[in-house]
Design a binder for this molecule. Structure first.
Ligand code: FPP
Length: 226
């Protein structure tokens, strides 16, 4: 959800106004994905590196997340929206962690094929891989698995995204042409869509354009065309 800060600065507003607008865009785009039959939407809300921002900016982003989770607790069952988190939630406030637990519990009661939004919070692709490796090593030490048994499928089961298919399409707004530590393992064969649009301006029509573009791609997964 990149470009919130620049969107606000261009309007002479504080960067935090961009995050507020960005949170609204997330709500609209999640609804649009659900209506279009997209099964999973994964958004990068806060990276392991975003703690370097000013205390005020971090506070506002956490406040927006809290507001969204409070709203979700009341509406996700009615709207059939599953919510899941990627990332290490331990450094988050006890309040946010409790809300995340609450939304996890609601998600468990929803149908497996309901639309699911994954929110990356204190997430970094490298951090996710390191946490997975640590857990696998601990399981080996405990004797529940052996290094020679590790394959891609088993390793995927140690990631935050376990049980969730790899992203088919990754959209990066705001003109940046990089991945910035997002889903490093999972993106091996993802298609990419880059746009100059700043996240608060990203709308349903642009999502439709990205999906139409994706539908034209020839996905070979390293094989040859049949
Ligand atoms: C990146 O733009 C955006 C973020 C680091 C924060 C995104 C978080 C929200 C929109 C909060 C709410 C989230 C949900 C899921 C309700 P940037 O600040 O790096 O933009 P810039 O590159 O223009 O400075």
């Amino acid at each position: 959800m990149d470009g919130n800060g620049r969107w606000a600065t261009q309007r002479g507003l504080p960067r935090t106004a961009g995050h507020k607008a960005g949170a609204e865009t997330f709500r609209r785009i999640a609804t649009h994905c659900k209506n279009r039959g997209v099964r999973y939407l994964t958004v990068y809300a806060f990276s392991t590196e975003n703690w370097r921002r000013s205390a005020d900016e971090v506070r506002v982003i956490m406040g927006l997340l809290k507001r969204y989770l409070l709203e979700a607790v009341d509406t996700m069952e009615r709207d059939h929206i599953r919510l899941h988190f990627f990332g290490d939630l331990t450094p988050l406030s006890p309040e946010l962690r409790a809300l995340a637990r609450e939304t996890d519990e609601i998600t468990e009661h929803l149908a497996a094929d309901d639309f699911q939004a994954n929110v990356c919070l204190n997430y970094g692709g490298r951090d996710e891989i390191l946490r997975a490796v640590r857990q696998f090593a601990a399981d080996c030490t405990a004797g529940t698995c052996r290094p020679e048994d590790l394959d891609e499928g088993r390793f995927s089961g140690y990631l935050d995204s376990r049980g969730i298919p790899d992203p088919e399409l990754i959209i990066r707004p705001s003109g940046e042409l990089r991945l910035s530590n997002f889903l490093l393992w999972q993106c091996a064969y993802s298609e990419f869509y880059f746009t100059d649009t700043l996240w608060p301006d990203f709308d349903e029509a642009e999502l439709d354009r990205a999906i139409a573009e994706y539908q034209k791609r020839d996905r070979r997964f390293g094989g040859v065309k049949k």
